[in-house]
Each structure stands twice: as structure tokens, then as C-alpha cells.
Design a protein around this ligand. Structure first.
Ligand SMILES: Nc1ncnc2c1ncn2[C@@H]1O[C@H](COP(=O)(O)OP(=O)(O)OP(=O)(O)O)[C@@H](O)[C@H]1O
Length: 315
């Protein structure tokens, strides 16, 4: 896989305060890379550095192997950028706005007409093409921004918080759209404050304290945060022997046992949490070891990405 984006030791200060403190990053062709981090973490600053609108105070940025701050028109055509906030012309219609964006990229008329229609259909705005941008809902304006960023068929798309304040259905549609673009071989660099959206990325970077606290696939980050997958078993009886037996099984890393009482009859139950390499492999072994015991429930716990994020950021 070719790296489309490379950042080495990238730092950026504003008025003496260092917002980014040395970011190392490589994004490959044809992936959705999600930059996750709380408000003020520096996500937009990193996007501006990668798109050449800002220069780093230290370190180097390469996009398609070149410094984006010195991009010419041909380089710019390879990139699409959907910034935060609405930056289109409120007085122009939906179609005029996208047509104008296409003109900026020097697209000739015939192709422009076809692409404007394609991209408005992709963003489900074709039927609203005559509406003034100022008359659109927030979600429609966001889709219009995406259409304008996509009209010239960029190979690399930067989208800065595209789903902020959108309803869950529209958020999902944006992500479905990114999936379609990725399947066409495009690279998508997307920032979000919605930690749960990390699941929808091919790889995720967690930006915290001015550095990338972790980078990996969602599954890799979940494993890194929790040391593996977690199985939770509720067994009748006092904790002790069975927990030790489970802890000795191959593939089990860590065991935590808690005594609970059945609210109905006050009988003891033990809740056993096993951190395992692979739940699919260990569960059958666990059932084998528990033969004859009273197993009340057995679940593979899938921690939310909020929990993953908190663990990785807190270290
Ligand atoms: N042009 C600027 N001048 C001064 N400070 C800035 C500038 N741009 C960003 N900052 C500061 O840098 C920090 C990071 O801002 P940035 O917009 O990159 O964060 P973010 O992670 O994108 O946040 P949000 O999710 O709220 O958009 C903030 O403290 C912000 O005030």
C-alpha cells in the first residue's frame, strides 16, 4: 500500500502555545483514516497542516510525496477538502454552488454538467438542486459541502467533522458514502468528536495532548486497551475453584472474580471475567472445564469505543 499522507514530528504552535507536539502519521491509499479526539485536541489544525493551509512549526508533512504548502493547481485537483462550518455561497442554488466549485478546478462544461449531477445524486440533493443554499437545513448544507468537495473526483478527501450535530441517520449516511468512496479506491481522512464513529474507520488515530496517543485498526486499539477480548461468566456458587480452573486454561490472560448474591434467594453467584486472546477459541474450552457446574450466563463483552478511548488516553 502506498502512503498518501506522511507526517513526521509535526508540531504547531499558536501564540507560544504548542497545540500539536510531534505527530507521526502515515495514511495509505484506499483507506478511511479517522482522527478522533476531544474538542480542542488539534484535529482541525492537523487537517489544515495536511492540506497546506498552515505550515508546521516543526517537522514535515508530505501528501502524495510533496509538501502540500507548495502545491500547484494540478496537485490541488487530487485533493478534496470539506472544512468545518459552511463556506459556500448562500445566495447561489445548490447546483450553482457545486458548478462553481467544479469551475474552480477547471472542469470543462460537458464533464462539469455530468459530474455535478452525479455528485448531487450521490449526496441525495438532486431534487433540491434549485434551492438557495441559505434555505437548506443544516444537514443539507453539510451534504452540499461534501458534494462541492467531491465534484472534481479527488483521490484524497479531507473531511473535518462532517457529522457534527447531525442526526444519527444522516451521520450513518455520511459514513456509508465514505465507504462507497473508499471501495472506489479513494483515501478519506476524517475527523470526528464522536468516538463511536471510530468503528467505521479502517484505521484510527487518537489525538490527545498534542500527540497521537494510539494508531491502529479499531480492533487493534480495543485489544491494546483491554489486553484482549473479555468473556464474562456468571456461575452458581462461591468464587474460587472454578475461577482458578478457568484462569489456568490456554489462551486466558487475566481473571477477575466477583462474588454476588442472587437477589431472589440470596444464593452466592460468582461473576468471572476472563481476558482472553480469542473468545471464539477460549469459550468452548471454558464450557468444557465448567462441565457439571451451574453456568447462568456467558457473554463476550464488546467494550464501547468510548471505553477504549478513555483507557488509551489515560494510559
Ligand atoms: N488560528 C489559530 N490561532 C490561534 N489558536 C488557534 C488557531 N487555530 C486553532 N487554535 C487553537 O488550537 C487548539 C486546537 O484547535 P483545533 O480547532 O485544531 O481543535 P479541534 O480538535 O479541531 O477542536 P474542535 O473539535 O472543537 O473543532 C485550540 O485551543 C484552538 O483555540
Amino acid at each position: 500500500m502506498t502512503d498518501v499522507i506522511q507526517a513526521e514530528g509535526v508540531a504547531r504552535s499558536f501564540g507560544g502555545e504548542e497545540v500539536l507536539k510531534g505527530v507521526d502519521l502515515a495514511v495509505g491509499e484506499g483507506e478511511i483514516f479517522g482522527l478522533i479526539g476531544p474538542s480542542g485536541a488539534g484535529k482541525s489544525t492537523l487537517v489544515r497542516l495536511l492540506t497546506g493551509y498552515l505550515r508546521p512549526s516543526r517537522g514535515s508533512v508530505r501528501v502524495f510525496g510533496r509538501d502540500p504548502a507548495s502545491f500547484g493547481a494540478a496537485d490541488r485537483r487530487r485533493i478534496g477538502f470539506m472544512p468545518q462550518g459552511f463556506v459556500l455561497y448562500e445566495g447561489l442554488s445548490v447546483r450553482q454552488n457545486v458548478n462553481f466549485a467544479a469551475g474552480l478546478y477547471g472542469m470543462w462544461l460537458g464533464k462539469r454538467r455530468r459530474r455535478v449531477r452525479e455528485v448531487l445524486e450521490f449526496t441525495e440533493l438532486w431534487k433540491d438542486r434549485r434551492k438557495a443554499a441559505s434555505k437548506l437545513s443544516g444537514g443539507m448544507q453539510r451534504r452540499l459541502q461534501l458534494a462541492a468537495a467531491l465534484v472534481h473526483e479527488p483521490q484524497l478527501l479531507f473531511v473535518d467533522e462532517p457529522t457534527a450535530n447531525l442526526d444519527p441517520i444522516l451521520r450513518r449516511k455520511f459514513w456509508d458514502g465514505f465507504g462507497v468512496l473508499r471501495d472506489m479506491g479513494r483515501t478519506i481522512f476524517v475527523t470526528t468528536q464522536y468516538v463511536g464513529e471510530a468503528e467505521l474507520c479502517d484505521r484510527v488515530g487518537l489525538l490527545s495532548g498534542g500527540v497521537l496517543a494510539a494508531v491502529g485498526t479499531p480492533e487493534e486499539l480495543r485489544r491494546r486497551a483491554f489486553g484482549g477480548e473479555t468473556i464474562e461468566l456468571t456461575l452458581g456458587g462461591e468464587p474460587g475453584r472454578l475461577g482458578r480452573q478457568l484462569g489456568a486454561l490456554e489462551g486466558v490472560g487475566h481473571v477477575v472474580e466477583v462474588r454476588e448474591e442472587n437477589p431472589a434467594d440470596g444464593a452466592a453467584t460468582s461473576v468471572v471475567r476472563l481476558v482472553v486472546e480469542d473468545a471464539d477459541v477460549v469459550l468452548p474450552r471454558a464450557f468444557e472445564a465448567l462441565r457439571g457446574a451451574e453456568v447462568r450466563s456467558a457473554d463476550v463483552i464488546h467494550p464501547s469505543f468510548d471505553e477504549v478511548f478513555l483507557r488509551l488516553v489515560r494510559g
